[in-house]
Design a protein around this ligand. Structure first.
Ligand SMILES: [Mn+2]
Length: 324
């Protein structure tokens, strides 16, 4: 059923070297349980599939990181953000972990965790790509939500709704212990950011997307053009000569296929559309890193296993698995 990818990656020295970081962190939002996702994904056989079916050499420290040692004892709200120091500390550490893999030329797979962790994974990948190749990378953000609120535009104060604002520099903070550690070489360009699957975007976020000319394909675009055309347009916008980081929030899928997630929104991608996005990105040969986030196995008794299975499938597809 599965087979090793044959494609030679454009921006990695080897097609077999993969670094895995398992992030058991839920502090970017309020529902417990999303920290259990990495173990659920691994227990369902994901690492074995990467090794045996897709022939990756997996570098993994064997640990689902909870980062208890770096959590601040006191973490009051700041600029409307909940747990600002904790999320900052975790994403800073994750940035170093991802950089460690990416700077050695490994593909980096980060298993979350809530979507706030993408602050660390993308910052770490971008820093390494700038050093190794001297260029900016593109980010494809597959999600029901835009996650581009600034602390000031956010209603909830949950940082998993803000990672793109910090990564693009639309939100900045000088305090070192509150994302002040994010430097220019870690930031991404709004012109190289592409959204797919949006359907629950806040008013303030719509304004940010418009004012910055950010390329976004909503469910409306997918309904109008079909997912095939949307992927052509999304990848055409990025171009063939740009490394890609894919950040996949499982809530992009319709709750019918992925019910066990913190902020489900009806009217989403089918299971196949989700896999298809990952397959198309894999076919470019430009993918250098992948996040899979927001699987929360504790929210649904029945739907948890299905959501985990959908998550594993997306990871395999992004790493080159094909139907035939
Ligand atoms: Mn998200």
């Amino acid at each position: 059923m599965t087979s090793a990818p044959t494609l030679q990656p454009k921006f990695l020295p080897s097609k077999n070297e993969l670094g895995l970081v398992a992030v058991g962190f839920s502090g970017g939002q309020c529902k417990p349980g999303v920290d259990a996702a990495p173990m659920a994904l691994i227990e369902s056989g994901l690492i074995d599939q990467l090794k045996n079916d897709l022939e990756f050499n997996v570098t993994y420290d064997g640990e689902v990181h909870a980062y208890a040692d770096i959590m601040p004892s006191s973490d009051p709200d700041y600029r409307n953000m909940k747990r600002p120091k904790g999320v900052s500390a975790v994403t800073k550490r994750l940035c170093d972990q991802v950089y460690e893999h990416a700077s050695k030329g490994r593909f980096v797979l980060t298993l979350g965790g809530d979507h706030s962790i993408a602050i660390g994974s993308i910052a770490g990948t971008q820093k390494a790509i700038r050093e190794r190749l001297g260029r900016e990378m593109a980010v494809i953000w597959v999600d029901a939500h835009a996650d581009i609120n600034t602390p000031e535009t956010s209603d909830s104060g949950n940082i998993h709704g803000m990672p793109v604002a910090f990564l693009t520099g639309l939100a900045k903070e000088d305090k070192q212990d509150t994302f002040g550690w994010i430097k220019d070489e870690m930031r991404i360009n709004t012109k190289k950011l592409v959204y797919i699957g949006l359907r629950d975007v806040d008013v303030g976020e719509k304004k940010i997307l418009r004012e910055n000319g950010i390329r976004a394909f909503s469910m409306h675009d997918i309904d109008r053009h079909g997912i095939g055309k949307v992927m052509d347009m999304a990848l055409g916008w990025i171009g063939q000569d740009t490394p890609i980081h894919l950040s996949f929030d499982v809530d992009a899928l319709d709750p019918q296929w992925a019910p066990s997630t913190g902020t489900p929104v009806r009217g989403g991608l089918t299971l196949r559309e989700g896999d298809f996005i990952a397959e198309c990105v894999a076919e470019t040969g430009s993918l250098v890193a992948l996040d899979l986030v927001e699987v929360n196995p504790s929210l649904e008794a029945e739907g948890a296993a299905e959501t985990v299975r959908a998550g594993c499938s997306i990871v395999r597809c992004a790493l080159g698995d094909t139907l035939l």
